[in-house]
Design a protein. Structure first.
Lengths: 246, 180
């Protein structure tokens, strides 16, 4: 192979890599963009679907095919959705590739994509399963983005969409935390526990935590979202590695 | 010979008239209402009928203003049908219905309304045509339908209802709204 041929081959492989990178970027950005543009809340509960099946005795209605649903609390798009209505609660189960979900209040916006979703109205609980991506935005500009295998989102009672806790797990899960002043933290771990009122984010399992160029590798990290201080407690004599930006 | 000729003509005329009278007689008999009844072509007014299955359970009760009975089917005007089971209490009405298979199948046509009364809020179904299968206790239609369960109003095209379990299906183009 001549030097010219090698050069051409390198250029070709670079172009292919670039193409895949661009496709990957556009798919990723499209995911959130589609959430924002496709779904809207509505004052009166509405839905469309290809077909439906209802059990009057059980109080369950199942909607199939291109399901689009909205009410004053939420909007979602799925392939299959069942609604179980009782006096105490409304239980929504949805599946799809993916299920797209949106909730908005004066202070918070929750957007998610996942293969399965379970939303319990009365108890205010959101469970997301399989290929989960969740974005929690606040009006002050802060954002928490989680990519995981499963997420449990418990809401504060009587507080519009304010999280009480978020529990997530994945192999690995990935988070991006953007503060109001645009300071960004990116981390991977196996489990996440976010307590909103305490402002405490706890990551566990094979963590790589990146903040302003610093990298921390540890089995456990506790991060205070208000003071922006982190702490890596000792766990079973496991090694903690810290690489600080000079 | 000439003398007998007018008598012969009168005789032939009498024979001819008698022949014609004899051949007309059966047609007159066919208009007899007894024969119409035997041929299954008659009308009944202010009809009320009940049908039971082999075990003696009531399948349904049908009330109608007029029922015209034919050989293959019965056309019913302003029918009202009531079908009850242990847990369900259905009533149906329409402009007309065509009954076949000894009244166990009805095709309800025009402004068809179906109501189930047993729940806290009635389930109401409105369409322009549906097929009622009495023995199977099922409803089917391929036309547009509106189903209102008191909280949610669903519309779509084509539906099936199981009158015993109260399960329903809308087969395509579903749209729904919940009352505020």
């Amino acid at each position: 192979m001549t030097g010219k041929q090698k050069n051409m081959k390198n250029h070709r492989s670079f172009a292919v890599s670039l193409m895949f990178m661009l496709i990957g970027f556009s798919v990723n950005s499209h995911l959130w963009a589609s959430d924002a543009t496709q779904l809207k809340h509505c004052q009166q509960e509405q839905l469309i679907a290809n077909s439906t099946k209802g059990s009057r005795k059980l109080g369950i209605v199942e909607y199939r095919g291109n399901v689009e649903f909205c009410n004053p609390d939420m909007a979602l798009k799925a392939e299959l959705m069942t609604v179980e209505q009782s006096e105490q609660r409304s239980l929504f189960n949805a599946s799809g590739s993916p299920v797209i979900f949106l909730q908005q209040s004066a202070e918070f916006t929750i957007e998610s994509t996942s293969n399965q979703l379970r939303f319990t109205g009365g108890q205010q609980q959101l469970q997301l399963l399989d290929n989960v991506a969740l974005k929690l935005q606040q009006t002050d500009g802060s954002e928490l983005i989680i990519h995981a295998q499963s997420i449990n989102y418990d809401y504060q009672q009587q507080q519009e969409l304010q999280p009480s806790s978020i529990l997530a797990s994945g192999r690995p899960l990935r988070i991006e935390l953007l503060s109001a002043n645009s300071e960004k933290i990116v981390a991977t771990a196996q489990n996440l526990n976010y307590q909103h009122q305490a402002g405490l984010l706890v990551l566990e399992g094979d963590i790589e935590f990146k903040q302003a160029g610093d990298i921390i590798r540890a089995p456990k990290i506790q991060y205070n979202t208000r003071t922006r201080e982190w702490e890596a407690p000792k766990v079973n004599n496991q090694r903690i590695e810290v690489i600080l930006q000079p | 010979m000439k003398r007998w000729f007018p008598y012969a003509l009168i005789f032939l005329a009498i024979v001819g008239l008698t022949w014609q009278w004899q051949s007309d007689a059966p047609a007159t008999q066919a208009k007899d209402s007894t024969q119409e009844f035997l041929d299954h072509r008659y009308q009944m007014h202010q009809v009320s009928m009940r049908q039971f299955d082999d075990s003696g359970n009531l399948i349904h009760r049908i009330d109608a203003q007029v029922a015209t009975v034919g050989e293959q089917q019965t056309t019913i005007k302003q029918p009202r049908l009531i079908s009850r089971s242990e847990s369900a209490n259905w009533s149906m009405s329409s402009k007309q219905a065509i009954a076949t298979d000894s009244f166990t199948q009805l095709l309800l046509q025009g402004d068809v309304k179906v109501i189930e009364h047993s729940g806290a809020t009635p389930l109401q179904i409105h369409t322009e045509q549906l097929q009622y299968f009495g023995e199977q206790r099922r409803l089917y239609s391929s036309l547009e339908v509106i189903i209102d369960d008191g909280e949610i109003t669903l519309s779509g095209t084509g539906f099936e209802v199981d009158l015993t379990t109260q399960d329903y299906q809308i087969l395509s183009d579903v749209k729904g709204t919940r009352r505020p």
